[in-house]
Write a protein that binds this ligand. Structure first.
Ligand code: ATP
Ligand code: MG
Ligand code: FE
Length: 352
């Protein structure tokens, strides 16, 4: 069976085709970044409209790419076995476009519909790197809208150990970049600058690092960086951008690593992984590898192409649900605040 997966939770319109072994036969990501960049962040109303404009073209391109994979011109909807769609969390108006489109496709073709949780997709993207990754393990989910530490007791059985009480990590990167006039999204540009900077140049607070729980707070760090920028500007001192970027990034990374180490120790697991857009950050990837390497804990990070939003990652939980026979009714609604675990299929066979 071939599963079409659809992702439209934020500012990427993406689709993929996955076969029954989990092989990605096609993956198309149409990003809207250029339309949001001048606003310094995603504008929800623009995101919805751009999804509507892009979605048919993305389907055609995905079916053509999958066709090429099988040596034919293009696949037809008839060649598919099911449609999986991100139903939440995310921007409600953006989610609705992918969900309505998928419901329409299923209504027209008779294909079964599968609902997928966006963060379960980010989490399972680690299987592209380590196919034999097995629970229990600990996962740091760090993205534009979420920051949480999860004890994955089994696939579909998620204990959220803690989460951010204010901003998400990716959001902090985006806001710092915006304050520096570096555009959107901030993560890639800040991490590029940070490569040439000194992480110890400026001391920024490691909020809640020793709070004794698994909560995170990022808004104070963002404010500290902005205060620093304003002070330097007022004093007429030039800002060393690489040092600033590296010092900010170090404050983020240190807290993520410290809490993940505690979580790994308390749960006694021997695997840890990262997921979400910020998992593309080289300093974060390296810090996990180094710190957990010393502990003999295996670290998995998603391939770079699967870190940001894409539909190939949505194809993994979609295929699991398909194999378990967990389908969604055509009355499915997008849920912008869906908790991790919603629409999971704990009974599904191990990820193919
Ligand atoms: P969520 O997954 O929580 O719904 P989202 O889908 O909008 O949010 P993602 O696409 O998963 O977010 O991740 C985008 C975020 O990742 C942005 O905030 C972006 O700045 C950040 N990001 C991307 N690359 C990097 C990087 N190299 N370093 C740090 N952050 C990065
Ligand atoms: Mg995005
Ligand atoms: Fe995401």
């Amino acid at each position: 069976p071939l599963i079409l997966s659809v992702e439209s939770s934020c500012d990427e319109t993406a689709m993929a085709v996955t076969d029954s072994h989990g092989v990605v036969c096609a993956s198309v990501v149409a990003t809207q970044i250029d339309f949001h960049a001048r606003f310094g962040g995603v504008v929800p109303e623009i995101a919805s409209r751009k999804h509507t404009e892009a979605i048919v073209g993305v389907l055609e391109e995905t079916l053509a790419q999958a066709g090429a994979h099988f040596g034919v011109d293009t696949l037809a909807p008839d060649d598919l076995a099911a449609v999986g769609v991100t139903a939440g969390p995310g921007l409600v108006g953006a989610l609705v476009v992918g969900v309505a489109f998928s419901k329409g496709l299923c209504a027209a073709t008779g294909l079964p519909l599968i609902a997928v949780h966006h963060l379960e997709g980010h989490l399972m993207a680690n299987l592209f790197e380590t196919p034999d990754l097995k629970p229990p393990f600990v996962a740091s989910l760090v993205s534009g809208g979420n920051t949480m530490l999860v004890h994955v007791r089994a696939w579909g059985d998620y204990e959220v150990l803690g989460a951010t009480i204010d901003d998400a990590v990716g959001e902090a990167f985006d806001k710092v970049a915006k304050a520096l006039g570096l555009g959107y999204p901030g993560g890639p540009v800040i991490s590029k600058l940070a490569e040439k900077g000194n992480r110890k140049a400026i001391h920024f607070p490691r909020a809640m690092m020793h709070s004794g729980d698994y909560s995170f707070s990022l808004s104070g760090l963002k404010t500290s960086v902005i205060t620093y920028i304003n002070n330097e500007n007022r004093a007429g001192r030039p800002i060393n951008l690489p040092d600033l970027a590296a010092s900010f990034e170090a404050a983020v990374v240190d807290v993520q690593v410290a809490k993940a180490v505690t979580a790994v120790e308390q749960t006694g697991v021997s695997d840890v992984c990262i997921g979400g857009g910020v998992s593309a950050n080289p300093a974060l990837r390296e810090a996990y590898r180094r710190r957990f390497g010393r502990m003999g804990v295996r670290v998995t990070v998603p391939p770079l192409a699967a870190c940001g939003d894409n539909a190939a990652m949505i194809g993994i939980p979609a295929l699991r649900s398909y194999l378990a026979g967990d389908f969604a009714p055509l009355t499915l609604d997008a849920d912008p605040n869906a908790a991790l675990g919603t629409w999971s299929s704990p009974a599904a066979p191990v990820p193919p």
